[in-house]
Every structure is written in C-alpha cells, then in structure tokens.
Design a protein around this ligand. Structure first.
Ligand code: B12
Ligand code: SF4
Ligand code: SF4
Length: 405
C-alpha cells in the first residue's frame, strides 16, 4: 500500500512514462482503498460523442429534463470544468449483486431499481471521492482535483468507457464482461497527467435483448434512449401528474426500471460487490406498496432521507405506488387506495388513487369512488374521479347501468 504522504516532485508529473504509470497505479489503489470497486484513468480531450448528445437533445429525447441541455459545452469538453485539468480518474461502484444480500421480496422492492435500494450513492461516492481528492492534493502539492457523481456536466459513461471501465451497451449503459452493468460511476478531474487505460471493444455483438424486451420501446435503436418513453424517467424525474397514456406504460415499477439490464446476458453472472451501505436497511425492507401509499411525512423522512428515492419526493413515490397498484389490478389494494383518495392531502396522489381504483374496478372500488366524489372539493381530482367511475362502472355493471345512472 503506498504511503498517504507520498509526494512527487512537480517536474516529474508529466515526464517519464514509468513514473506516470506508477503514479496512475498509486491513485487507482487509493481509489480502491477509498471504497470503490474499480478505477481507471483517462486523458481529458473533447468528447467524441458530442454530436450524438446534441442529436439526442435536438430530437427531444431528454423529455422534461431541461437541465441536461444547459452547459453543453462543458459536457463536450470536460477540460473547461477545471482549469489545467489533464486527466480524470474514473471510478465504479458495484451495487448488484452484493455479497450475501438476500433478493428483494414483496410487492414493492422487486419493482424498485436495484441501485436505489440502499443508501444514496451520491452521498457514499461523493464522500469517498472528496476524501480521495484531498489525499491526492495533499500528496501532490500544487495539483487540483474536482470530483463528480452523476450531477456534474459530464458525459460520465463516455468518459468511463474511454478509461476502460466498461463499454457502452446498446441499452446505453456501461457494460463489462466480468461486472455486467450494475455499477455506478463517478470521476475526479485532475491537473495531474495520468497514464490512460485501454478502452474495451464492443461486447454486444449481434445481441438485441435489451431493445426487444424494453416494455415501452424506449430504446428505438441501439445506443439511443428516448427518455419520454422510459419508465425510469417517469418514475424518478417527472414531477406532478402522469399524462393518461403514461400511467399504463410504467406498469408496476415504483422507482426506476431495471428491465434492460435484467435481460442483458452480461448481468447473469456478474461479479458481486461488497459495500455495506448499499444494502437495504431493515426499516425500508419491511415496507410494501400499501405501506408506501399510506406513509406520512415523518415516516417518509425516517425511511427515505438517506435513500436515492427521495429524488421523487413523498408525493412522487405515492403517485408511483398508486399507479403500480392500479396496474397490478388486485382488489386487495382497494382499501388502501380508498383511504388515500379520501385522506391524502396531495391532489396528485388523490388523482392517481382514483385512477387506480377505476383500473381495478369492482363494487368496492365503485363505492369508494362515489363516496369520494361527493366530498371532493378539488376540480381536477373531481374529474379524475368521474373518469375512473365511468371506467370502473362500465366494467362492473355493463354499459346499460351507466346510461341508467
Ligand atoms: C439523464 C440520465 C438518465 C436519464 C436518461 C438516460 C440516458 N440513457 O441518457 C434517465 C432518467 C432515463 C436515466 C435512467 C437510468 N440511469 Co441515468 N443518468 C443520467 C445522467 C445524469 C446523464 C446521462 C446523459 O448524459 N444522457 C445523454 C445521452 C445522450 O447519453 P447516452 O444515452 O449515454 O448516449 C450516448 C450514447 O448513446 C452514445 N452513442 C450514440 N450512438 C452510439 C453508437 C455507439 C457504437 C456507441 C459506443 C455509443 C453511441 O452517445 C451518446 C452521448 O454520449 C447520467 C450521469 C451523467 N452525468 O452522465 C446518469 C447515469 C447514466 N444513469 C445511471 C443509471 C444507473 C441509470 C438507470 C440504470 C437507473 C434505473 N435503474 O432506473 C437507468 C438506465 C436507463 C438506460 N437504459 O439508460 C448511471 C449508469 C451507470 C452505468 N453502468 O452505465 C449514470 C452514469 C449515473 C452514475 N453516476 O452512475 N438516467
Ligand atoms: S429503463 Fe426500462 S423503460 Fe427505460 S429503456 Fe430500460 S427497459 Fe426501457
Ligand atoms: S442486452 Fe445485449 S445488446 Fe443489450 S446491452 Fe446487453 S449485450 Fe448489449
């Protein structure tokens, strides 16, 4: 293990290759000590995928994520982010499978994306990267670092692909023969000059499983994701009510979607990671769909404040839970949905509870909708109840009953 105080004379930083290699190996070993599963270096140059990114924006494939169309010039050339930046140390954190972690059970957790079941990776990786950055700056006086996980203006998959941490698959995720694709990415931009890793060549070959199995056609062509059709986008990023056609489209996914990874052959036997804080904490494991829909703010803060699922906020998680129940179509959910329709303070949640009752149908659901319709003061919820009643009654009693009413 290299000493933490290792100090390299400045003049040697950009000089002989063997020193650069040694420096790179040292930093990579520090990244593993910091808790990452893998690390690799890349030279910073303008992106070779900038035109694809612009085309993606021009087509509107970013849906409602306006924030991603800002600071495009930084995404196209990460050297503009940190003055003097020459390299990046890219890191990967394997989140699934985890050694000895039991499979998710119940009606909720198997429909929460695997990356989101443990503690928020932004916290975990952000702290690890900051500590690593401090260690590097202390060991190499005069050098600077800037670290990012997810939220920076960086095409993280392209950068990591050039470092050799994986190769982009047709589902756009970064893939690796040994590690599959269930790993998260982060990076430290550095003024130090590192020895770049070797990019890996394509491992998809003629496979098209992810494109064929995406339930919403969100992958209309290899390497192209249309966020406006992606369950992950709607359940994580979208605020407010779902448009009508999206409600059936998201199926019973409650947060994110893993289908295009589940079907990928490289994930069948992926190596396991081992990070304690990525495991699902017991206070979350016991929650099911009905528990989530009935959660109050205190219960939400207790369970989700350290979870990546807080991105959807309490109202978003409840909206998603109600829609998942509706799409499951089971009468066992009617009492929980009725309680939500009558008592939830959020109009978006009530609207989706009404929709789900209409979708499930049956006499009990119709009664709950009628009772709520008499009390509801909000116009949007009111019309949602009417539409749901119409749908439920037409299936429960037949069209004549509707006309008679
Ligand atoms: C916005 C975003 C989303 C959006 C849009 C996703 C998308 N594919 O763009 C939504 C909300 C849908 C999303 C979903 C998910 N995300 Co996300 N997301 C991001 C974010 C913030 C930006 C991605 C981006 O720049 N998209 C722009 C488009 C244009 O990029 P792209 O799809 O990668 O397109 C490139 C390629 O297609 C390539 N390309 C085009 N043609 C060709 C041809 C060939 C031959 C090749 C090789 C490449 C190529 O060029 C494009 C430009 O680089 C990144 C973090 C970051 N800062 O990078 C995380 C990130 C990509 N997400 C991540 C994760 C984990 C997910 C989910 C798995 C979560 C989940 N389970 O629900 C899903 C996966 C869905 C999917 N199939 O991509 C991880 C991916 C880790 C990995 N192993 O790849 C990242 C890196 C976050 C992180 N720090 O770990 N995400
Ligand atoms: S995350 Fe789900 S909806 Fe999005 S592209 Fe993958 S399979 Fe399709
Ligand atoms: S499912 Fe097939 S095409 Fe899709 S990423 Fe995996 S190997 Fe590539």
């Amino acid at each position: 293990m290299p000493p933490a105080t290792l100090s390299w004379p400045k003049s040697r930083m950009t000089e002989p290759l063997s020193d650069r290699r040694e420096l790179t190996e040292t930093l990579k070993s520090w990244a593993l000590e910091a808790g990452f599963t893998r690390a690799a270096a890349v030279k910073l140059v303008p992106s070779s995928q900038g035109h694809w990114f612009r085309e993606w924006l021009d087509r509107g494939d970013h849906a409602g994520m306006e924030w991603i169309s800002r600071r495009v010039e930084l995404r196209e050339d990460p050297r503009k982010i940190l003055p003097g930046a020459a390299s990046a140390l890219c890191v990967a954190l394997q989140y699934y499978p985890l050694q000895d972690e039991p499979e998710a059970e119940g009606d909720l957790w198997p429909r929460v994306a695997r990356y989101a079941r443990g503690r928020d990776y932004h916290d975990i990786m952000g702290k690890q990267l900051k500590a690593l950055g401090r260690r590097i700056e202390a060991a190499f006086p005069g050098s600077s670092t800037r670290s990012y996980v997810d939220t920076g203006p960086i095409l993280e998959r392209e950068l990591a692909a050039r470092s050799g941490l994986g190769v982009q698959g047709k589902n756009t995720n970064l893939l690796h023969r040994q590690w599959g694709s269930y790993f998260l990415l982060g990076e430290i931009l550095l003024t130090l000059d590192l020895e770049p890793g070797e990019p890996i060549s394509d491992i998809c070959g003629r496979c098209t499983r992810c494109l064929d199995h995406c339930p919403t056609d969100a992958l209309p062509a290899p390497y192209r994701l249309d966020a406006g059709r992606c369950i992950s986008y709607w359940t994580i990023e979208h605020r407010g009510a779902f448009p009508e056609q999206v409600r059936e489209m998201v199926g019973d996914w409650v947060f994110g979607c893993d289908i295009c990874q589940e079907v990928c052959p490289w994930n069948y036997k992926a190596a396991a990671g081992d990070h304690e804080r990525l495991r699902m904490p017991p206070e979350r494991r016991e929650l099911d769909l009905q528990g989530l829909l009935g959660l109050d703010r205190e219960g939400y803060v207790e369970r989700f404040i350290k979870s990546p699922m807080k991105r959807a906020k309490l109202e978003g998680l409840k909206r998603n839970a109600a829609v998942a129940m509706g799409n499951r179509g089971s009468a066992e959910y009617v009492p929980a949905l009725s309680a939500s329709l009558q008592g939830d303070s959020d109009t978006v949640v009530r609207r989706h509870a009404a929709w789900a009752l209409g979708k499930i149908g049956g006499a009990e659901a119709v009664d709950a909708l009628r009772a709520a319709g008499q009390r509801e003061l909000d116009a949007e919820v009111g019309s949602e109840i009417l539409a749901a009643l119409h749908r439920a009654e037409s299936r429960t009693e037949g069209p004549e009953a509707l006309n008679a009413g």
